[in-house]
Design a protein around this ligand. Structure first.
Ligand code: ADP
Ligand code: ZN
Length: 436
């Protein structure tokens, strides 16, 4: 297959050159925030650091971390590093885990963000011949605007659908022969399910690729979506705090996402101690934005748990790769003392042949945590007699117990009873009220 890149020079840059570029940008960035953000200056001074303490990329380890609570405390303007008159845009997190965070962009920040998304689209096979169907949400959420901008840069015919109204999505997809679909994986699964119900097989649409991200999804879910839609499904990762989608993206090898290292410097730390871990170890991902002007974050703790790898990639890109985040540290449920990620449950469900429509309910009854998993059946399966359902529930509960080490109660429920998501799926309802 012909190799395609959007910005070949940086995407295939040698390690030494990349390190040099990162160091140059890093030193400039530290100076920028130290001089323009009193909050940063104070954080550094509190650790006994001044600009003179930082003279190479290795000195990054001396710098303090920044957390989501710093961002919340400094809401809205506390971390702004440039005059407001230079800012042209605000976006905001989806607020999955609490109070929203707002991020600011200069025009240069927007251009770079869109270029990062363009790299992802080209890596998924996108060219100016493609019809790029964007049904991530538009508005404050970064998904729609990011991919929309990337699609323009590549020169695709861009369909700014936004999320929702699945009937209309399908109508446009068929009429305009969309070739690339961009949305959350859970919405892609829903679109696939709806197409199937309408009697469309994988060969009946013009889609060739999907660029799915903004929430955790498993390899099993990938296979499921690829089969239903007849496409190759690529992962894309990002967070509002660092710009939005396009911080990293998957290539055709589909073994992790290349981080746009010329703009984002990645570290993996032990989430308990803050110690930087060597390449290949699992831990919390920390990003430093090397080029952002308006809202640069230094050593921002993402709370996403993954592994970094410099293993050579067959696509020719030299950009470091991150594994699929298995969920954020705050998605992790502690049930009867056992750490549980919803993605582990999803793996078992899809391996056992169930749909990706499920919801996890956690509660505490008589001081004991309970784990209930509602799994939707497809209409044929649901026709089976109740006694058979019970056997299936037991079998699935036992497979999940093998994965987690704790026993859930599994409920196989009627088709269409679990709410479909048009954006990020709500997989967990925790009734325990362990937090304020
Ligand atoms: P919120 O924190 O409110 O959801 P964002 O919309 O900025 O705000 O979401 C960023 C988060 O979404 C990331 O930190 C990560 O946890 C999750 N995420 C984004 N892309 C992916 C992906 N491809 N795989 C897994 N998780 C992802
Ligand atoms: Zn690659």
């Amino acid at each position: 297959m012909e190799k395609r890149y959007y910005q070949q020079e940086v995407e295939t840059m040698s390690r030494e050159e990349m390190k040099k570029l990162q160091e140059e940008r890093f030193l400039k960035q530290v100076k920028h925030v130290y001089e323009n953000v009193p909050y940063y200056r104070k954080l550094m001074n509190d650790k006994g650091l001044t600009l003179d303490s930082i003279s190479s990329l290795d000195d990054i380890a001396k710098l303090p971390f920044l957390t989501k609570s710093d961002l919340r405390d400094q809401y809205p303007y506390g971390l702004l590093a440039t005059d407001l008159k230079n800012c042209v845009r605000i976006q905001s997190t989806s607020g999955t885990t609490g109070r929203r965070v707002v991020a600011f962009y200069t025009q240069e920040d927007i251009d770079i963000w869109e270029e990062c998304c363009a790299r992802a689209i080209v890596a998924a096979g996108g060219t100016n011949q493609d019809v790029c169907h964007v049904c991530y949400g538009y508005g404050l959420f970064t998904g729609g605007p990011g991919l929309n901008g990337g699609s323009h840069k590549v020169g695709c015919l861009t369909l700014p659908m936004s999320s929702g109204n699945t009937e209309r999505q399908i109508q446009f997809m068929m009429d305009l022969q969309s070739t690339i679909l961009c949305c959350t994986p859970s919405y892609a699964a829903y679109i696939g399910e709806t197409l199937k119900e309408k009697g469309y097989g994988p060969q009946d649409n013009s889609l060739k690729a999907g660029i799915f991200g903004a929430e955790p999804w498993t390899e099993e879910m990938r296979r499921d979506i690829e089969q239903t839609l007849g496409i190759k499904a690529y992962d894309i990762y990002g967070l509002t705090e660092t710009s939005g989608p396009g911080v990293s993206f998957e290539c055709e090898e589909q073994t992790g996402m290349h981080i746009n290292e010329d703009h984002f410097y990645a570290e993996i730390i032990d989430p308990e101690t803050g110690e930087v871990l060597p390449e290949g170890e699992k831990g919390e991902l920390v990003f430093t934005s090397l080029t952002k002007e308006a809202f640069p974050l230094i050593r921002y703790r993402t709370r996403d748990i993954c592994v970094l790898s410099r293993k050579k990639c067959s696509c020719g890109r030299t950009l470091i790769k991150m594994s699929k985040p298995m969920g954020r540290s705050d998605d992790m449920l502690i049930i009867r003392g056992v750490n549980v990620f919803p993605s582990q449950i999803e793996t078992v469900l899809l391996n056992e042949g169930y749909t990706p429509n499920y919801q996890i309910e956690v509660n505490r009854v008589n001081n004991t945590d309970t784990l209930d998993i509602n799994v939707e059946l497809n209409p044929e399966e649901y026709k089976e007699a109740n006694s058979v359902l019970e056997i299936h529930e037991k079998k699935l509960a036992s497979a999940i117990k093998t994965m987690l080490g704790i026993s859930p109660r599994v409920h196989l429920v009627a088709p269409k009873t679990i709410v479909r998501s048009e954006g990020k799926a709500v997989r967990v309802i925790d009734h325990r009220k362990l937090h304020d």
